[in-house]
Ligand binder design. Structure first.
Ligand code: SF4
Length: 489
């Protein structure tokens, strides 16, 4: 599918430049729509009857080939949103809606265990490059197959958290009971070829009686069956669908083949019946005994071998189109690689990852503290400041605007240079902050030393290649450096 241009969108807008959408012109609004930074509804002029046909055309034009589906609460801070993809490969545009991660809770746990696990999931956070990486939903698993237990567990979760919930049961009676008390839009897992008719009846009854929304996972090993079920659901007005073509951790290539086939059908062939987010279930790892790869009892207790396999399965699925995943293991060593990969995958490749250029005081420095120069590439900045904090380094950190490039790349590209450094040093008044004239450069910045000394008039010393060695380097050398070349009067 060809990428939609801002001009394609502009042609359908009213072109009055009235600014009622908050933008300076219709073209500016078109660019925001193109980048998913605005909704068509934000142009009030389009609500006039004479624009009805164009509005419809515009909404269709902007609808991604993979439908965006959300569940959770009306309040956007308590929602899990998935899908909305427009391209097969990230370099073609970007991936929207970072895949939500759900952690299961078994309804066989005690009330207190359910509460504790729900709280743990809600409060889990791992900070990386200044971003707080969190979990997104609770997958309530009807392990008991008892509708009453399922409902009771749901009640406890709702009373103790405001996490979006996936109701996981293939028993239509359990789903029916849970739907009676749920206070948010759930993701229902799942309608299968075996329970399809009964599940559909339960859901249609719920819809008719309450008019409440839900999203539904369709689960089958056969893509043809998924397509048939999707058609039936759409015919009944159930259109928030998610596809689950079965996850086989012991045969991940077969699983990935199906993920890829689904995504190709949606994006390249524009098959509307398969244009829905894909759910991956790395949690299935816990259904397998790891000795002989055969299906066995679910392993509820933490299990290192299963956890490693689960993390590996999750990472593989994320790379190949999983729009949401459900995990069982929730220890930091298992979640860290998966969260890190998701952060990298859903970073917009068109935007450099950068922090503001500035001179930052690190660890309450004084006039005798060293001055160290790095770049504004986020990963560099957070690695450097993390290492400095760990080693108790006190310094003035010059963070040069290198357009978000790391030191070696910025040296090669010419952004880590004397002119840039001079402007920042003067603008931020570095000379008034310290009583010496020394800047320590990272080892990889050595080629720029001459230029920086010449343009800034400051003495440069080349330090270590790695910021984890700076603490030690300063302990051994800073007094000497100050003594020999740096101290002003
Ligand atoms: S409100 Fe609509 S018509 Fe007015 S400037 Fe914005 S896009 Fe154009």
């Amino acid at each position: 599918m060809a990428k939609i241009s801002a001009m394609d969108i502009y042609k359908l807008l009213p072109k009055t430049n009235c600014k009622k959408c908050g933008e300076a012109s219709c073209m500016a609004f078109a660019t925001k729509l193109q980048n998913k930074k605005a909704m068509v509804e934000e142009c009030p002029i389009m609500n006039a009857p004479k624009f009805e046909a164009k509005k419809k055309e515009l909404v269709e034009l902007l609808s991604p080939p993979v439908k965006e589906v959300w569940f959770g609460y009306d309040d956007k801070n308590h929602r899990a949103t998935m899908g909305g993809d427009e391209v097969m490969y990230r370099y073609e545009l970007t991936y929207y809606n970072p895949a939500p991660f759900g952690i299961d809770i078994s309804d066989n746990l005690s009330d207190n265990e359910i509460k504790e696990r729900a709280k743990y999931i809600e409060n889990f956070v791992f900070e990386r490059t200044g971003e707080k990486l969190t979990l997104d939903f609770i997958a309530l698993r009807n392990a008991s197959n008892d509708p009453e237990k399922f409902k009771n567990a749901l009640q406890i979760i709702q009373e103790n958290t405001k996490m979006p919930i996936s109701l996981c049961s293939i028993n239509p009676e359990s789903i029916e009971e849970a739907l009676k008390i749920i206070n948010s839009k759930p993701l229902i897992y799942a309608a299968t070829e075996d329970n399809f008719e009964k599940m559909l009846n339960v859901l249609l009854k719920h819809k008719k009686e309450t008019n409440k929304e839900f999203a539904l996972v369709l689960s089958s090993k056969q893509i043809k069956t998924l397509k048939g079920m999707a058609k039936e659901c759409l015919n009944h007005g159930i259109d928030d669908l998610v596809l689950e073509p079965h996850t086989h951790p012991e045969n991940i290539s077969e699983t990935l083949d199906k993920f890829i086939a689904l995504r190709r059908s949606a994006i390249e062939k524009e098959d509307k019946l398969l244009g829905f987010p894909i759910l991956g279930l790395p949690i299935n790892t816990y259904f397998y005994t790891l000795n002989n790869n055969s299906i066995s009892q679910f392993i509820e207790e933490p299990n290192k071998a299963a956890g490693i396999m689960e993390a590996r399965t999750a990472n593989t699925m994320l790379i190949r189109y999983a729009d949401a995943i459900i995990l069982h293991g929730c220890e930091i060593w298992e979640l860290m690689p998966v969260l890190t990969l998701r952060q990298a995958l859903y970073t917009d490749p068109r935007k450099p990852q950068a922090v503001d250029a500035d001179i930052y005081p690190i660890g309450n420095p004084d006039a005798d503290s060293p001055v160290i120069m790095t770049t504004n590439f986020s990963l560099t900045y957070y690695t450097v400041t993390g290492d400095f904090e760990k080693d108790g380094v006190k310094c003035w950190l010059i963070v040069l605007d290198t357009e978000g490039k790391a030191v070696d790349v910025a040296v090669a590209g010419g952004q880590y240079n004397g002119e840039n450094a001079k402007n920042l040093i003067e603008e931020k008044g570095l000379a008034d902050k310290v009583n010496h004239n020394v800047i320590i450069l990272p080892g990889l910045g050595a080629p720029a030393r001459g230029d920086i000394e010449e343009k800034t008039g400051w003495n440069c010393v080349v330090g270590t290649r790695d910021s984890s060695q700076v603490g030690d380097f300063l302990k051994k050398n800073w007094e000497n450096i100050l003594e020999k070349i740096g101290k002003n009067n």
